[in-house]
Design a protein around this ligand. Structure first.
Ligand SMILES: *[C@@H]1O[C@H](CO)[C@@H](O)[C@H](O)[C@H]1NC(C)=O
Ligand SMILES: *[C@@H]1O[C@H](CO)[C@@H](O)[C@H](O)[C@H]1NC(C)=O
Ligand SMILES: *[C@@H]1O[C@H](CO)[C@@H](O)[C@H](O)[C@H]1NC(C)=O
Ligand SMILES: *[C@@H]1O[C@H](CO)[C@@H](O)[C@H](O)[C@H]1NC(C)=O
Ligand SMILES: [Cu+2]
Length: 169
């Protein structure tokens, strides 16, 4: 009968279409850029982890607005690497360092009493040092010099909350 013929043809087409879809999904999967359910569409999903120099060409110095920099250069992703570059101290340059606060309140107050040093005064020299954003949590960075003065007046602080690039990572 005409009716069942058309029905069979339609069914076959649906089957072929879904097989193609599965095939394409698998292909995406193999290429490492399957984006799950599409909820993270619109995010900037460049391939692989990025390496980002903090402050860009400004590097890590007194008086540059790192909060602004972080907002403009985000979002950052888990496994991204931040590179901190700052000249080792000499007679004319102020020393810098990099600390991580444990909570937002110490970040707000630039209270370094319980902060953890991740880069000392000399580690920012040359190619700088690298910090990998390993976890899904906020990271509160600041310069630890001058008892919070660089953090406060010097604007040397910022928050990074890395996101998942895709659920298969
Ligand atoms: C997936 O990644 C490959 C290279 O790794 C690229 O050629 C392809 O265009 C990407 N597909 C999508 C949908 O982004
Ligand atoms: C995504 O990020 C890369 C590197 O950070 C940048 O070069 C590119 O312009 C961004 N693309 C979009 C659409 O924002
Ligand atoms: C101190 O370091 C700065 C920046 O690297 C450099 O320009 C300057 O010449 C250095 N001064 C001395 C006395 O070494
Ligand atoms: C900074 O750390 C490096 C590497 O761990 C070490 O070699 C250097 O002595 C330290 N410098 C200071 C001033 O603590
Ligand atoms: Cu500093």
């Amino acid at each position: 009968m005409m009716g069942s013929h058309y029905f069979a043809q339609a069914l076959a087409m649906v089957l072929i279409a879904s097989m193609l879809a599965v095939g394409l999904a698998n292909k995406d999967w193999q290429q490492g850029n399957y984006t799950g359910w599409g909820f993270n569409h619109g995010l900037n999903e460049t391939k692989g982890p990025n390496k980002i120099t903090v402050g860009g060409s400004e590097n890590w110095h007194y008086g540059f607005n790192y909060k602004q920099w972080a907002l403009q250069n985000g979002p950052f992703y888990i496994k991204d690497t931040l590179v901190f570059k700052y000249d080792p101290p000499n007679d004319t340059t102020r020393p810098h360092s990099v600390y991580l606060f444990q909570n937002p309140w110490s970040f707000m107050n630039c209270d370094l009493s319980q902060a953890r040093m991740v880069g000392n005064q000399t580690q920012g020299g040359g190619e700088g040092f690298e910090f990998v954003l390993k976890k899904w949590k906020p990271y509160y960075f600041a310069c630890g010099e001058h008892d919070g003065h660089h953090c406060n007046e010097g604007l040397m602080r910022f928050i990074v909350f890395p996101m998942y690039r895709g659920w298969h990572y």
